[in-house]
Design a protein around this ligand. Structure first.
Ligand code: ADP
Ligand code: MG
Length: 306
């Protein structure tokens, strides 16, 4: 990650007074920053003649409920629509990514836990084909929470996931890792295995807290374990342009992180919770919805930045 991208490291400490400065409030009242923002030109993704090696991307934020899992599923599905081969890694013991793709986590014979902890278990033993063409899944369930503790005593404990993924990287174009809401050893494993990080950020004031700590963690992993790691981008989620609050927070995020913020903004809509119940991505469940279009646009940005 280049520090020049990060224009303001103290977003975490932003006090409400600074956030709601008179100037920003006036601006946000007058215009919707998600609409009026200058956008970068985007080309249609070129068709691929052959697949791999994969770009590995972690979706990471230690705050829960910010759209990590939703973004992993729907970005993955949109990348697959563009002909990319995608491996989704459920790296949260809650198993929400697995559920979102119609897999029942408690019924799994083997999960990411076995892949990490048992030497004779290979990735093929755990891998599931999903109902979405082009997407494979490494599912997880509550077993994975034990790995966090058991890994502590292992040699090269931070590299365990990277080592497990290495044999299949040439078969995929993207590997997306859905992290759990913490900065513990599992998340450090995900960051160590990744080329890039996407930070989903809910457009709500308290979301800014903690981002500085997350960026510090990314920088530490970059310095000590994985020099290739980059902050790919910050994705504004749960945006509601009708509320002054969303507009203010988003303009604050733009000020703090500038070009690192994706042009694509994910708006708040009940269609996302509905897709979880349906067990499929929004791109197939409601293909013409605003949410589906947004994740396709994000896929274009991700492909053009990778
Ligand atoms: P995380 O993985 O960061 O905990 P999730 O992706 O699971 O977050 O999202 C948390 C909840 O919010 C889920 O119920 C999900 O369906 C819902 N959700 C996600 N994105 C949106 C959105 N853009 N609008 C409305 N609800 C959303
Ligand atoms: Mg999640």
């Amino acid at each position: 990650m280049t520090s020049s991208r990060r224009q303001d490291g103290d977003a975490e400490n932003a006090d409400p007074g600074a956030l709601f400065s008179a100037e920003r409030v006036e601006k946000a009242k007058a215009t919707d920053p998600a609409v009026t923002r200058q956008r970068r030109e985007l080309l249609e993704p070129p068709a691929l003649q052959r697949h791999g090696p994969a770009r590995v991307i972690s979706l990471c934020n230690q705050k829960g409920g910010v759209g990590k899992t939703t973004s992993a599923i729907n970005l993955g599905a949109a990348l697959a629509e563009f002909g990319r081969r995608v491996l989704l890694v459920d790296f949260d013991p809650q198993g929400a990514l697995s559920v979102g793709l119609g897999v029942q986590p408690h019924q799994l014979d083997r999960s990411t836990y076995n892949l990490l902890m048992e030497r004779d278990v290979t990735l093929d033993d755990v891998l599931l084909k999903t109902s979405v063409p082009g997407i494979d899944l490494l599912p997880s369930n509550i077993d994975l929470s034990a790995a966090e503790i058991q890994l502590v005593g292992e040699v090269a404990r931070e590299q365990t996931l990277a080592r497990a993924l290495r044999p299949v990287l040439n078969e995929y174009d993207f590997v997306l890792i859905d992290c759990q809401p913490s900065l513990g050893l599992l998340t450090v494993n995900a960051l160590t295995a990744s080329h890039g990080v996407i930070i989903p950020l809910e457009c709500e004031f308290f979301s800014l807290r903690g981002v500085a700590l997350l960026i510090d963690t990314i920088e530490k992993v970059q310095q000590r374990l994985n020099p290739d790691l980059k902050l790919d981008g910050i994705l504004a989620t749960m945006y509601d342009g009708r509320t002054l609050h969303s507009r203010e927070v988003f303009s604050r995020v733009l000020e703090a992180f500038g070009d690192a913020v994706y042009d694509t903004v994910i708006t708040r809509t009940v269609r996302f919770p509905e897709t979880t119940v349906a067990g499929e991505p929004i791109t197939s469940w409601a293909p013409t919805s605003t949410g589906a279009k947004a994740y396709r646009n994000l896929a274009r940005e991700v492909i053009s930045r990778s």
